[in-house]
Design a protein around this ligand. Structure first.
Ligand code: Q9C
Ligand code: ZN
Length: 348
């Protein structure tokens, strides 16, 4: 499978985040993408350099004022105070409920709060560059699949930071630009009338769901830890079925924390049945691998061999498919787990 690798990923390298009352090293590290790259190379899979500028499709999935903020955020931060280039900004106030989010404050930390869903998405000097290059990789992976003449093609967007928690106008959960939404919208723009998105990350893809919630041309299906106990907590429930034209085109399959691989594969089967019934022209897979038993921040128990089973099941859908790397924090196992999915998808 052709992999579009975001060579610019390492420009995003914040040092720490907050976790259970402590300041800890970031879970979402540059090493993650390098482990996947190494495994791809070891298994003889070629890497391509992304060749498409995602600017126009980004403008279709994200709000202009959010894109402007993100592009300038580090510059604005370091301009505030000498030494800020050695510090990470974190939001501390958010426009919840009765507070206004239509106005953009002047204060930088206030603007950071306006455009964040949590304090768990640290910025670094190269965050915009890395995230934009990742969106370019997603658009390139979509273009490759859309250009297929005979048979079905698949591609893998291997990039970080991940994207599925990023909404139209906010960052969150280590995500800044929604790469899966970029891939789905790029497929639509290239002529696919209907696109399905399957999100198998441990965490609900709240950003992707919200971007397409009112649309019937993009189906969103997700299996994930129940938001009653798992991040992102405030979206991902089974009763979220879509709105307006999109009613019936959103399917959440929340699973109890700690559930077995058997239960997970039952939910995958339900997801696949819905995708088959949708009868779309293409599939985007938000490939989070934090369902792995060894993941440090998640509670499911998939083994490396289970990722081969996942790839096989998705291959049986017979759709042109774009895989987009999302979470997965057992970094040393990430390469084998990701490559198991994409190889099994192709019947290797
Ligand atoms: N700083 C993805 O898997 N944060 N994101 C937990 C708080 C939430 C995970 C620790 C985890 C987000 C793409
Ligand atoms: Zn995740």
């Amino acid at each position: 499978m052709i992999t579009f690798f975001n060579d610019g990923h390492s420009a995003h390298a914040p040092e720490f985040e907050f976790f259970r009352g402590e300041r800890v090293p970031c879970f979402e590290t540059p090493a993650r993408a390098e482990f996947v790259k190494d495994r791809l190379a070891a298994r003889g899979h070629g890497l391509r350099t992304p060749h498409i500028d995602s600017a126009s499709v980004l403008a279709r999935v994200h709000a202009p004022r959010y894109l402007r903020f993100l592009e300038n955020a580090w510059f604005d931060w370091i301009a505030l105070k000498a030494g800020n280039d050695q510090r990470q900004p974190f939001p501390s106030v958010w426009p919840v409920r009765s507070l206004r989010s239509d106005l953009e404050p002047v204060n930088f930390i206030a603007r950071l709060g306006l455009y964040s869903m949590d304090n768990g998405s640290p910025l670094s000097a190269g965050t915009w560059a890395a995230a934009k290059a990742g969106a370019d990789a997603a658009a390139s992976a979509a273009a490759w699949v859309a250009a297929a003449t005979g048979g079905t093609r698949a591609s893998f967007c291997c990039s970080r930071p991940p994207g599925h928690h990023a909404g139209a106008d906010f960052m969150g959960g280590y995500c800044f630009l929604n790469n899966a939404a970029v891939a789905a919208q790029a497929l639509r723009d290239a002529g696919a009338a209907r696109v399905a998105i399957l999100d198998v990350d441990y965490h609900h893809g709240n950003g992707t769901q919200s971007i397409f919630y009112q649309r019937a041309d993009v189906l969103f299906v997700s299996l994930h830890g129940d938001p009653q106990t798992e991040y992102p907590f405030f979206l991902g429930h089974a009763d979220e079925t879509g709105a307006d034209d999109g009613e019936g085109f959103n399917l959440n399959l929340p699973l109890p924390a700690g559930c077995t691989a058997l239960r997970w594969f039952e939910a995958l089967e339900q997801a696949c049945l819905r995708i088959r019934r949708f009868d779309g022209d293409a599939l985007v897979v938000s490939l989070g691998l934090d369902t792995f038993a060894g993941d440090p921040i998640s509670t499911f128990s998939l083994q490396s061999g289970d990722f081969s089973r996942l790839g096989e099941r998705l291959g049986a859908l017979g759709l042109p498919t774009v895989f987009v790397l999302e979470g997965g924090y057992a970094a040393a196992a990430l390469g084998a787990n990701a490559v198991n999915v994409i190889e099994s998808f192709e019947g290797v």
